[in-house]
Design a protein around this ligand. Structure first.
Ligand SMILES: [Zn+2]
Length: 293
């Protein structure tokens, strides 16, 4: 008999990449969201409960890496993220890595170290879709920004929401893919403030949070503003892109492999430069960016 319970499963190494916390819904349709916790535990779950549905909140490898452990399940994801779950080529393209000299290395790591396997997604969904799992109704909330098809999952009867990578960590919002968007991320955070729920699950960091999270969401969004202030300070003198990326405004300090650090830091910085230029706060001349005073 299914208990109807929502079970939070803490990821290995406390859900640090390439791991994540995941959710099991013990319902008439036994469901897993983002299988990226211990593979032994996930295999046991499939063996004991016969998982029939897997929801992927978005295409990142630390949310889809153990899809392959559920051969009898149907997979569900937002239509915008489906291509990158179904194809590694498409994943590399949407991340922005396709064509880089180190793209073959990244693809090899994706497969052999992080476990990416192409998954056929039977159910491509959009914002607001609802379905009954038995005791629980799930409602899919499209929350783009981190990726174009990032979704949160609301458990309507239980006033609970799985926030996926709107993870409320101190690091703050992550928008390091070509397809990511700061403006969309901020709009998604704002939208979550309007949802009436009591229990919140995140993919990384704390994992389970109870009560009102409006202040937490504001603090999380303010990391974006803080990064922008630090960037503006650094642009009090004209700087090349290489200098700006080397400053590591987002990550705090460079990490290895250096090419990947430069790609992800650079991708996030570019989005800030576009926003600041649009706001009339900075300009570029001769390959250097500087603040307008
Ligand atoms: Zn992610």
């Amino acid at each position: 008999m299914a208990s109807g319970e929502i079970v939070f499963i803490r990821g290995e190494n406390n859900g640090r990449f390439p791991n994540a916390h995941c959710i099991f819904v013990d319902d008439e349709i036994p469901t897993v969201i983002d299988p990226a916790s211990s593979p032994e535990e996930l295999e046991r779950l499939d063996c004991e409960k016969g998982i029939r549905l897997v929801i992927n909140s978005h295409y990142h490898v630390d949310h889809v890496r153990y899809n392959r452990l559920f051969p009898n399940a149907e997979f569900m994801a937002h239509e915008a993220d489906v291509p990158a779950i179904e194809s590694l080529e498409e994943n590399a393209r949407i991340v922005g890595i396709a064509g880089k000299p180190w793209a073959p290395f990244w693809k090899q790591v994706m497969r052999e170290v992080w476990g990416y396997t192409e998954t056929e997604v039977a159910k491509a969904v959009v914002d607001g879709e609802e379905m009954s799992l038995g005791a629980n109704t799930v409602r899919l909330i499209h929350t783009p920004g981190h990726t174009p098809g990032h979704m949160c999952v609301e458990f309507v009867e239980r006033k609970a929401v799985y926030l996926a990578d709107i993870d409320l960590t101190r690091f703050g919002p992550w928008y390091g893919n070509k397809s990511s968007s700061i403006d969309d991320f901020l709009a998604s955070i704002e939208r979550l403030k309007g949802i009436d729920a009591y229990t919140w699950y995140t993919s990384h960091g704390e994992g389970v949070i109870h009560g009102d999270i409006k202040d937490r969401l504001d603090a999380y969004a303010s990391v974006i503003t803080d990064r922008e202030s630090r960037l503006l300070d650094f642009l009090s003198e004209p700087r090349t892109m290489k200098e700006i990326v080397g400053r590591a405004v987002i990550f705090g300090k460079p990490w290895e492999p250096r090419e990947m650090f430069e790609f992800f830091e650079g991708t996030m910085i570019e989005k800030h430069l576009v926003r600041l230029e649009r706001a009339g706060l900075i300009g570029s001349e001769g390959g250097r960016w500087a603040r307008k005073d």
